[in-house]
Write a protein of this length. Structure first.
Length: 245
């Protein structure tokens, strides 16, 4: 596994500078870009002593894999391991709000979920190590800084992790289109983990069995399902609403 990550885009770079500037190794900035946002980032990078290389659009396109880099790409250190374990995360708040993603494989979906989790003030996002996408350049870009804000815990055994959370007093609410109760009717103002399934298949059977409640998102239109990242945002902000956020 590579020891470095590439981070690109105005928002992702801004949040990395705010959260962990010591991780930044070097930066490439497009020669023709003169936006005020980019000038501000350049000033901060130089303040932290980061080597800044001028590059053309072709070079930045190549570095970012033809993503929308907005004229800036960073190379940063990748943490050697997950910064926090479950035990530590459980002690960060008396009323934690976890997001558990059961096998999400699309990096755009993971990035969007991280962005929503950051916006909703989630304690952490938990994903399995196997058969699920991890952090990569696309995830960081779509997350718009969320990947640098919300702790991401990758676990070997998701079922064991869910059981440990229940033992610690966290209530597990899984989203399922077949559930009889609406997410709006369930008490989310408690130590909580929202458990979301993968694209297409939804929650796995064993994951469903760990949940204390199953809930659906009521819909009135002709479409009877939502993208996992959209459903995640709805559930996170319903939890935030119930908590007075």
């Amino acid at each position: 596994m590579a020891k470095h990550d590439l981070v690109y885009g105005i928002h992702a770079v801004h949040h990395l500078l705010e959260r962990a500037p010591e991780q930044i190794l070097e930066a490439w900035v497009q020669e023709s870009q003169q936006s005020e946002s980019l000038k501000s980032l350049l000033a901060q990078l130089r303040e932290y002593g980061v080597a800044v290389h001028r590059a053309n659009a072709v070079t930045l396109d190549k570095l970012s894999g033809n993503a929308v880099h907005q004229g800036i790409v960073l190379r940063s250190r990748r943490p050697a391991q997950d910064p926090l374990g479950l035990d530590e995360l459980l002690t960060t708040s008396a009323q934690p709000l976890f997001l558990v993603l059961d096998g999400v494989q699309d990096p755009h979906n993971l990035g969007a979920c991280l962005r929503s989790a950051a916006a909703a003030g989630a304690t952490a996002v938990i994903i399995p190590k196997d058969r699920a996408v991890g952090i990569n350049q696309t995830v960081r870009k779509v997350a718009s800084g969320g990947a640098e804000i919300v702790p991401l815990l990758r676990v070997t055994n998701l079922g064991r992790t869910l059981a440990d959370m229940k033992d610690a007093g966290v209530w597990l609410v899984g989203l399922s289109a077949e559930a009889s109760d609406s997410i709006h009717a369930i008490d989310l103002d408690r130590p909580l983990a929202l458990v979301m399934g993968a694209e297409g298949r939804g929650l796995r059977r064993l994951t469903r069995e760990h949940c204390d409640y199953l809930a659906n998102i009521p819909m009135a239109g002709a479409i009877d399902s939502l993208n996992v990242s959209v459903a995640t945002g709805i559930c996170l902000f319903e939890a935030l609403r119930q908590r007075g956020g």
